[in-house]
Each structure stands twice: as C-alpha cells, then as structure tokens.
Design a protein around this ligand. Structure first.
Ligand code: NAD
Length: 353
C-alpha cells in the first residue's frame, strides 16, 4: 500500500494541509497517511527543524505532502537552526532533483493577473527546473580578497547524466500534455548550455511524439509576458528555472492557488503549495487552501501515476471557482461568494461528488 507523509508545518500550513488531506482521503481512500513535524513547530517540540524520526518517516513513505514552514517566532535564530533548514534537508535526503511548477490561468481568475486578460487567456504551462546542480552548487565557488581587491566566483557546471535525467522528466510530462518541450538555454555564450542542449537533443530521440524547440532564456522571459499560451513544458537549468518559474507564477496573479512538486527517483517526491506560512492571516480561516489541494493533484499525478484522480481534483477546483466561491485573497467572482479556508475545502470535496 502506498504511504504518504503529511508535514503541515507552521502558520497557515496546518490549515491548508487539513483541507488537502481531506481531499486526498476522498479520492484515494486506499492510501496510508502518516504525520510528522517540520519547521518552527519541530524546533519547538524536537529542538530541530526536522527530527531524525520525521526524516525516517519521510524516507519510508517516499511521498510527502507539505504545508509551509517559518514565521516571526523563529526569525531570530541562527541560519543553521532556522525552519527552512528542515525543507532543504528533506529535499536533499529524498534526492529530489526535479522541481515542477505549473502555471495555469483559469478563466474564472484571469482578472487576477497583472497582465491583461487577453495576454494570459489559455495559459497552461509547467516549468521543469533542475534542482540540485548548476550554478547554485558548482565548484569552485567563493570570495577572495587580494591586496584589497575583492573578487567572487561561482561555477555553472552540469555533467551529461544530470542533464539527461531532468530532460527525461520533462519529456515524460510532455507526453501526457500537449507534447511540446521548450528547452531554455544561453548556448550563444555558455559552453555548459551547449552540452545541455546536445544531451537534451539526444534524449529527445527517445520521444519522437514530443516536439522539441530551443529558446534563449532572455527571449523566453519576453515571450512569457507576450505569448505565454504558446508554452507547454519549459525545461530549465537550475538558475533559469528559478527565475522563469516565478515569472510564470505571476501570470496567474494568485499566490494561494499555486502548487509545486519536487521529484526524485520513482516513488519519491515532495508536494507543496508555493506560498509560505502567511503569519499575517494564520489561524483566521482566511487562507486559500487551493494551492495545497492542487498539490494533492500533483501528488496523484506525478507521485502515484493516478492521472484520472488528479484530473478529478483539478476539475473540482475549477468548478468551485466557476460557481463564484472565493477566499479573501482572490478577486471576487461575479456572484461574489466569499468563503473561508474550511468552507472552500468543503466545496471542493462536494464538487468531487
Ligand atoms: P507568504 O507566502 O507566507 O505570504 C505572502 C503574502 O501572501 C501574505 O500577505 C500572505 O497573507 C499571502 N498569502 C500567502 N499564502 C496565502 C494563501 N494560501 N491564502 C491567502 N493568502 C496567502 O510569504 P512571506 O510573508 O514572505 O513569508 C512568511 C513566512 O513563510 C516566512 O517565515 C518565510 O520564510 C516563510 N516561507 C516559507 C515557504 C515554504 O514553506 N515553502 C515559502 C515562502 C516563505
């Protein structure tokens, strides 16, 4: 039986994770759910942002549904002891090398985008970002100070196996979507991107049904603002994916709606809303639980290969928004049906039937 570990975390994390949990139980009643602590609540209870016990549970389950970590109570701690360290540790221990961030503009929420409705209508893309290599981890790195002249360097480095495995993730996802991968690079000036592109083309030969195009990262940044609906799957090195996934997210204009997944070997993945712990609204039944609920859809699709159930969850979310229900962070719909966290979760479960 597949097992999923719930790590609700801090702030609004427990509120949105509870609604997500109930959705998961409704669509996949056969799963075994366990619970653990991460972040500030774990610092308070266990003296560390991720205890060995929670980590052991995460390893045993393989699949983790997370809320959010952090808050003002723990802001003063030394960097090594802060709540985010728990997140970094779990990502590393589970070997999560692929980060998936979908950006989909739902018709009911198109007016929440900072861009005109016409510019974002029909946007439905996913950024696949390499997460454990590239310039954030490359050696040599560091600073020096010689005779008063300061110097710093970082290194963007990829070996072919790292590129091939993230490319495969992108092509596999594209197979189940509109069958188009846009490879993001800067090969006109970076040798590392020349190798990256070469390997991506080699992997593409195994996916003749998927169309591959290459796009310079600077022009991709422009195209996202002008014509994002043309994109299906964007395959990115770590640095470019970090930046473009935030840009793509802004097209939707609704932080509380955004889901994400980080994947490792088959059966290993962490699924979480993009937002943080939102201490300003925690405990007030105001948080939008849809990002967490859509993370459940990602868990079903990418963690458990249950695409049909994933689609049921996405459709239930869409239906509830089409009916006009909105948490306070969302632009009011035509009917202006304002609801809280719990009511929104309940409406989604009702829409699931
Ligand atoms: P945040 O995402 O928590 O909040 C930003 C703004 O968006 C706030 O006004 C908040 O009320 C609102 N918001 C966020 N999620 C919402 C939701 N689901 N429904 C309605 N409104 C929502 O970012 P922040 O304020 O910069 O950070 C707060 C804390 O969260 C910090 O401690 C930060 O370190 C942490 N954080 C954690 C994660 C994570 O766990 N992955 C990510 C980002 C920030």
């Amino acid at each position: 039986m597949a097992r999923v570990l719930l790590l609700p975390g801090d702030g609004i994390g427990p509120e949105v994770t509870e609604e997500a949990r109930q959705v998961l139980v409704r669509v996949a009643p056969d799963l075994e759910l366990q619970e653990g602590r991460i972040g500030g609540c774990a610092i308070d209870a266990d003296g560390t942002p991720l205890s060995e016990a929670s980590l052991a549970k995460a390893r045993a389950c393989g699949l983790v549904l997370l809320g959010a970590v952090g808050g003002p109570k723990w802001d003063g701690l030394a960097p090594e002891q802060r709540p985010e360290k728990g997140l970094l540790r779990i990502r590393k221990e589970l070997g999560l090398f692929a980060n998936l961030r979908p950006a989909r503009v739902l018709d009911a929420l198109a007016d929440a985008s900072p861009l005109r409705r016409e510019a974002v209508a029909g946007v439905d893309l996913i950024v696949v970002r390499e997460l454990t290599g590239g310039i954030y981890y490359g050696e040599p790195r560091g600073r020096s100070d010689e005779d008063g002249a300061r110097r710093a360097l970082n290194t963007m480095v990829y070996d072919e196996d790292e590129v091939a495995r993230i490319a495969r993730v992108a092509f596999e996802i594209a197979k189940g979507r509109r069958k188009r991968v846009t490879n993001i690079h800067k090969a006109n000036v970076l040798e590392v991107c020349q190798l990256w592109n070469e390997v991506v083309e080699e992997v593409a030969r195994d996916y003749p049904e998927v169309e591959l195009e290459h796009q310079l990262v600077d022009s991709a940044a422009m195209l996202l603002l002008r014509d994002a609906a043309r994109f299906d799957v964007l395959l990115c090195p770590n640095l470019f994916g970090d930046i473009l996934s935030d840009e793509a997210a802004m097209l939707t204009g609704s932080l509380g709606m955004l889901a994400s997944a980080s994947l490792g070997a088959p059966g290993r993945g962490l699924f979480e809303p993009v937002h943080g712990s939102a201490p300003d609204i925690a405990g007030q039944d105001k948080a939008n639980p849809l990002g967490a609920i859509l993370s459940v859809a990602m868990l079903l699709e990418h963690g458990l290969a249950r695409s049909r159930e994933a689609e049921r969850v996405r459709q239930a979310v869409e239906q509830v928004l089409d009916q006009g229900y909105r948490t306070p962070d969302l632009v009011r719909g035509p009917q202006g049906l304002g609801v809280g966290t719990r009511e929104m979760g309940k409406r989604v479960r009702e829409a699931l039937g």
